[in-house]
Design a binder for this molecule. Structure first.
Ligand code: HEC
Length: 183
């Protein structure tokens, strides 16, 4: 009798479990969708804020279109006559800032360089504002370039859709020598 009752209850409890699982799965899917939407909204906000910060703080040297200063690959790069003559490289996909991982992009911007005209922005931009500038900079990179940069590995195969005339900057090819790696 007891066994028969148990059997008759099984389908009902099975249904309850199924319904609970479905509700849980639905909630999880909704949560993930909302999380992705929120992330996209935050990134879009960062790109907009970063655009203004970039134009106000970086464009004078790196160019309004992130194109860098003339001669950045020759006279201005490493072989410059003086530190002050070091031309600012592009920050779009035509340069090679995307070969640096996030930490070095961030720290180079926060601290600047004693060897070049690149100023440190630690006193003028908050950490969050520096990340917003890079959200804007990265919005100019094709997805393959962004994927390359996320790997943080300068030896990974180069992104497929680089500008046709892209080359390694002089003395910056991987393996040129100790300390010369993609500096
Ligand atoms: C006064 C000119 C000047 C300004 C303003 C300036 N930079 Fe630079 N930046 C340079 C120069 C010159 C270099 C190349 C030498 C070096 O890496 O230090 C450089 C290099 C860089 C690099 C490394 C790029 C690479 O390809 O390795 C990054 C990243 C960068 N700057 C970001 C920024 C950001 C972000 C801002 C604004 C918040 C900014 N810079 C403002 C002159 C400038």
């Amino acid at each position: 009798m007891g066994a028969a009752t148990d059997h008759s209850r099984q389908p009902a409890s099975f249904r309850r479990v199924t319904i609970r699982a479905a509700v849980l799965l639905g909630a999880a899917a909704l949560f993930i969708a909302l999380y992705q939407l929120a992330n996209r909204a935050i990134e879009a906000h960062g790109v907009r804020a970063g655009a203004q910060l970039y134009q106000a703080n970086c464009a004078a040297c790196h160019g309004a279109r992130l194109q860098g200063q003339a001669g950045w690959q020759s006279a201005g790069w490493r072989s410059q006559a003086s530190a002050a003559a070091w031309a600012a490289p592009p920050l779009d996909a035509g340069g090679h800032s995307w070969m640096h991982d996030d930490a070095s992009l961030f720290l180079h911007t926060k601290n600047g360089s004693a060897l070049s005209p690149m100023p440190g922005f630690g006193a003028t931009l908050s950490d969050n504002e520096i990340w917003q500038v890079f959200a804007y900079v990265k919005s100019h990179w094709p997805e393959s370039v962004r994927a390359f940069q996320r790997k943080g590995d300068p030896y990974a195969p180069l992104p497929a859709d680089l500008p046709a005339d892209w080359t390694y900057p002089p003395a910056c090819e991987p393996g040129v020598g100790p300390g010369d790696l993609l500096r």
